[in-house]
Design a protein around this ligand. Structure first.
Ligand SMILES: [Zn+2]
Length: 185
């Protein structure tokens, strides 16, 4: 594992974009959702979303929850898709806490159009934060100013498999049943 500075990261991302199979029309998120990117860093999937290890994360174990469909704006994201993505992000965040993160940032940043560092396709960043000083500020973590993590060959796949196993250690206990508070009214 090594850290790429921003120019190196942008060059690596441009290279990854150039390798997207044509049916995904240059959308990295669509390719990620279909496990069509190399390396394949798939962790988990639900009906409407996939969770992958971010190949260009700001921290080690930084994950992405990506809608399976190409949905550019929130107005186009049906509630059931948003709910499914939120559940998966919640599970992923709890995995990171169990694995030692001091806190976890969940961020659906969005972009009105594809730009070098983001995509117009619904996704949530699940970022472990291990420090408590200035380097933990969202303005630092949610930026490429400090560069990104790059995994060595095989390393990302192994970490994705390890994270996938961690999801199994404490399955979601939410049943979906709404319980009315006894203190209501
Ligand atoms: Zn897409």
């Amino acid at each position: 594992m090594r850290r790429l500075d921003k120019p190196q990261a942008l060059a690596a991302l441009a290279e990854a974009r150039a390798s997207i199979p044509p049916q995904f029309r240059q959308c990295v998120m669509c390719a990620l959702a279909a496990s069509a990117m190399k390396p394949n860093l798939f962790i988990r999937e639900t009906e409407h979303a996939v969770c992958v290890l971010n190949a260009f994360g700001s921290m080690p174990s930084d994950m992405l929850v990506v809608a399976k469909r190409h949905l550019p704006t929130l107005a186009e994201v049906p509630w059931e898709v948003h709910e499914d993505m939120s559940r998966l992000a919640w599970e992923a965040g709890r995995v990171l806490e169990r694995r030692g993160a001091k806190r976890v940032y969940l961020a659906q940043l969005g972009s009105p159009a594809d730009i070098p560092t983001s995509y117009a396709h619904a996704h949530v960043h699940v970022i472990p934060v291990t420090t408590t000083d200035e380097s933990a500020r969202p303005a630092v973590v949610l930026s490429w100013s400090s560069g990104v993590i790059a995994y060595d060959p095989g390393e990302g796949e192994a970490l994705a498999a390890s994270l996938a196993a961690s999801f199994q250690e404490s399955p979601s206990t939410v049943t979906g049943t709404f319980r009315r508070s006894k203190f209501r009214d």
